[in-house]
Design a protein around this ligand. Structure first.
Ligand code: NAP
Length: 292
């Protein structure tokens, strides 16, 4: 635990990472994103998850820099994650992209950099992350959305295995078998969309609300607690301060093995947001350009 009482996980290589963080996907407006990150810091969040493709690294960086300047936090209290977009996969391209992210985030090192998607020249991009890690610019390196097949390809090729794989995980898509394999391989699973982006009536779900009534917690809190107890890092997004606080307030109770099993049984076995096993997904994502 750190002083906010947020549990920490230890990544391979001995780096500590908060197990609960704050994601900023789809908060495109500069002022809105800066407000969210400042409020999240005040609530106690210390891990922030952004990406070059979210177009808000500068707002995250300015909010963190302001909190440091005001003496609310030190840089070393903050765990900054960003992701390299497909268009920037390549030896020189990836290094240029990481350095640009560092400038946007107003930092001279990054805590974690992920390859955002498993398409394009991810091999060259991975080698570059390995190099930048050796140079001390990045503390931890990882992947995002790497399916089991892609991860196996990467593990055959990599000099250094990913310390994290950030994938969609929530009660409707539990990925339990895969996350167990990742953990066995020493790769920490990190759950994106831990609230299923609010879809499929998750906040009114009967299983989650009934379990929540036993502990005086909301369906959202039960979904997050299930993910935490499953051993995953979680990065929920809440633009409302009430949600930010609620999503951190999941540390004073524990789900029983039966309750964990009931929630795991909600698994649909597939994503309803994006299908990384469909080759069309790769073709579509490869077309998305984030700069000239
Ligand atoms: P999410 O966290 O699953 O859900 C966010 C939605 O849930 C928002 O509409 C939010 O509402 C609502 N919410 C949050 N807390 C709530 C609560 N306690 N009660 C009721 N509603 C609540 O979705 P996400 O933002 O897509 O995923 C989280 C983070 O994962 C992202 O921000 C991003 O950092 C990361 N991510 C990564 C990838 C990837 O490809 N690697 C993909 C998607 C997401 P309000 O905003 O109104 O508070």
């Amino acid at each position: 635990m750190n002083k906010q009482n947020i549990p920490v996980v230890e990544l391979s290589g001995g780096i500590s990472m908060p197990q609960i963080g704050y994601g900023v996907f789809q908060i495109r407006d500069y002022e809105e994103c800066r407000r969210c990150v400042s409020e999240a810091i005040a609530c106690g969040y210390r891990l922030f998850d952004t990406a070059a493709a979210y177009f808000n690294e500068d707002a995250v960086g300015d909010a963190v820099a302001e909190a440091i300047q005001k003496g609310i936090v030190r840089r070393e209290d903050i765990f900054l994650t960003t992701k390299v977009w497909l268009q920037d996969f390549g030896e020189e391209e990836t290094e240029r992209a990481v350095r640009k992210s560092m400038r946007n985030l107003k930092t001279d090192y990054l805590d974690l950099v992920l390859l955002h998607q498993p398409y394009g020249n991810w091999q060259a991009a991975w080698k570059t992350l390995e190099k930048l890690q050796k140079e001390g610019i990045i503390r931890a390196i990882g992947t995002s959305n790497f399916t089991e097949q892609k991860m196996n390809e990467l593990l055959r090729f990599a000099g250094q295995k990913p310390q994290i794989n950030q994938i969609e995980i929530h009660p409707f898509y539990t990925e339990t078998g895969y996350t167990e394999k990742l953990k066995e391989a020493g790769i920490q699973p990190e759950a994106w969309g831990p609230l299923n982006e609010g879809q499929r009536g998750i906040f009114q779900n009967t299983v989650l609300t009934e379990i929540g009534e036993r502990y005086g917690k909301s369906a959202a809190q039960i979904a997050l607690r299930w993910n935490l107890q499953s051993g995953n890092v979680i990065i929920p997004k809440g633009t409302k301060e009430k949600h930010m606080r609620e999503n951190l307030d999941i540390l004073d109770f524990e789900l029983s093995p039966d309750e964990m099993a009931m929630i795991s049984a909600m698994d649909l076995g597939h994503s309803e947001i994006i299908d990384f096993n469909n080759p069309a997904t790769g073709r579509l994502l490869m077309k998305l350009k984030i700069h000239d």
